[in-house]
Design a protein around this ligand. Structure first.
Ligand code: PGA
Length: 250
């Protein structure tokens, strides 16, 4: 079985010194033989965490990037800056960025391509609102998000270097996780859509994560599902609960 991936998205929490203290506290307790483990602190804390990532037990991720190489983009961070801090993964198109900062599918695609130029794996988030689920338009929405996000990314690169996260917006930060059946079905659907986009069965290997109120109560059933290749975790990644999540397999 391929190693699954657990990503902690710390969002806008912890100052650099708090982030360092938290990381130093959890890192020795992470058994990375079970999962690949990534933590995504705020950009301000990346440097500190990068300096104490000793033996690659845990990999570093970022929460966002700008798609231009450099220049007059006040407040933004480039892929080359992330690369210089040994960042290996970067979340793109999180629903909080799409919702609060008006990120479009097109900008998600540009960001993913820019990250790939720097060997940083984009974790492309897709997902529907409660209304879209209830009106049964969610599959069409996610197909469109995928099609645009993966535009001009080759099949081989997508297979090896892109991660997709299914994150139903109604499940994020609400404590209301998707059911195992919903999460599994959507991860399966996403994989089949990606295969369709590339018209290829080789995309079987692409990792599809589930995110949305993952916690110590639901992780085991989610992670044991064949369609779910890992988890993108918000709230439970900034407390000791994360230790349970990353060590949860026997
Ligand atoms: P949550 O966040 O685990 O707090 O629901 C998940 C995410 O935003 O990726």
């Amino acid at each position: 079985m391929k190693k699954k991936l657990i990503v902690g998205n710390w969002k806008m929490n912890y100052s650099p010194s708090q982030a360092e203290d938290f990381f130093i506290n959890i890192e020795p307790r992470i058994d990375n033989s079970k999962f690949d483990v990534v933590v995504c602190p705020s950009n301000l804390s990346l440097d500190r965490i990068s300096n104490i990532l000793e033996d690659k037990r845990v990999m570093l991720g970022a929460q966002n990037v700008h798609f231009e190489e450099n220049g007059a983009y006040t407040g933004e961070t480039s892929a080359s800056m992330l690369y210089s801090l040994k960042v290996k993964y970067c979340i793109v198109g999180h629903s909080e960025r799409r919702g609060y900062f008006f990120e479009s599918d097109e900008s998600v695609n540009k960001k993913a391509k820019k990250l790939l130029e720097y060997d940083i794996m984009p974790i492309i988030c897709v997902g529907e609102t409660k209304e879209e689920r209830e009106s049964n338009t969610f599959e069409a929405k996610i197909s469109k998000q995928l099609e645009i996000a993966l535009k001009d990314i080759s099949e081989d690169v997508a297979r090896k270097n892109v991660v997709i996260a299914y994150e139903p917006i109604w499940a994020i930060g609400t404590g209301l996780s998707a059911t195992l059946e919903q999460a599994s079905k959507m991860c399966e659907f996403i994989k089949s859509e990606v295969k369709k986009i590339y018209n290829s069965d080789k995309l079987e290997d692409i990792k599809i994560l589930y995110g949305g109120s993952v916690n110590s109560k639901n992780i085991i059933e989610l992670i044991n599902d064949d369609n779910i290749d890992g988890a993108l975790v918000g709230g439970a990644s900034i407390t000791d609960e994360f230790i349970f999540l990353v060590n949860c397999l026997d």
